[in-house]
Design a protein around this ligand. Structure first.
Ligand SMILES: Nc1ncnc2c1ncn2[C@@H]1O[C@H](COP(=O)(O)OP(=O)(O)OP(=O)(O)O)[C@@H](O)[C@H]1O
Length: 286
């Protein structure tokens, strides 16, 4: 069954119809892309799907009470550091969940690191570039572990590497049987990830067709986290075969390694007495 059903939805602002007679099912295990010209109603449709805008007519039905996460097309430039903002978002969320502050702080770090944002320190979001702000916007949505992800222009402002990672995360969410809906003008990424493409025009559905996602290879790096037998040795560690990135905090170390070389790295680490904490595909979710 669909996670959200829209049945003959209309949305009107004053006398202007923005959505007209929209009937649409958003299903689990599927990535749905909404495409269409500027002003065609994509953002409005997404907000109706997420339950943030009430329709003027028609019915929206949810299957159960799924956790829904929404990322708007841009975040305001707030006077918060990303950690302050994300902590605030998860604090609000935790009211209804079982995850504690330590665990959610760890998850925040996990996402910041993956997006190369761990080093932003005291820099406030008001001074962020468009792409940096977009990464925080996406993190706040993924942090909720949603069953329904509603993302407005998620690829906007992202560089190639970040966009690839996002595509991997969307696929990982889908593999967990989550439902994903994105509005996007980025044709290449839409055809890369979408199982289904719904085109809007003048607030109406003009076409709704299946798509065949995925010609691009997934991120081929793995992330190995481990406890080293002793501190230090950063230069030497970074030069180990296949290691593209090395970070350490005391004895705790993180290697980003080419998948083809990861077994070899693991063997070398074990031989020198390290204990392995985790091995993950770079595009996995926590
Ligand atoms: N709160 C609002 N009040 C009045 N009109 C609105 C409101 N929100 C959206 N609209 C109007 O609804 C229409 C559709 O806007 P929407 O943002 O949904 O389009 P879109 O397809 O997402 O556009 P874009 O590709 O430019 O982001 C536009 O004409 C817009 O002016």
């Amino acid at each position: 069954m669909a996670i959200v059903e829209l049945d003959h939805i209309h949305k009107r602002y004053s006398n202007e119809y923005v959505l007209r007679d929209i009937t649409l099912s958003i299903r689990r295990g599927e990535i749905t892309a909404i495409v269409g010209a500027n002003g065609s109603g994509k953002s409005t449709l997404l907000r109706v799907v997420a339950g943030l805008t009430a329709p003027s007519g028609g019915e929206r039905t949810l299957d159960g009470q799924p956790v829904i996460a929404y990322a708007p097309d841009r975040l305001p430039k707030l006077r918060f550091t990303p950690r302050e903002y994300l902590r605030h978002m998860t604090n609000m969320d935790r009211l209804g969940s079982s995850i504690g502050p330590a665990e959610s702080a760890e998850k925040i770090e996990w996402y910041l690191e993956r997006f190369g944002m761990a080093g932003t320190g005291k820099l406030q979001m008001k001074d962020f570039s468009k792409g940096m702000l977009q990464k925080i916007n996406l993190i706040q949505a993924f942090l909720r572990d949603p069953q329904l992800l509603v993302l407005d222009e998620p690829f906007g402002g992202l560089d190639e590497e970040a966009a690839r990672l996002l595509a991997d995360w969307l696929n990982a969410a889908k593999q967990r049987n989550g439902a994903v809906i994105v509005a996007s003008h980025e044709r290449a990424w839409v055809s890369e990830v979408a199982d289904r493409i719904v085109a809007l025009g003048g607030g109406k559905i003009r076409s709704d067709r299946k798509s065949m996602p995925g010609t691009r290879l997934p991120n081929k790096n793995k992330i190995v986290e481990c406890l080293l037998p002793a501190e230090g040795g950063g230069d030497e560690e970074g030069r180990m075969d296949g290691v593209v990135r090395f970070e350490a905090n005391g004895r705790r170390a993180r290697y980003t390694v080419d998948s083809a070389q990861s077994d070899r790295l693991l063997r070398q680490l074990l031989e020198k007495g390290a204990s392995i904490i985790s091995v993950q595909e770079k595009g996995d979710l926590p």
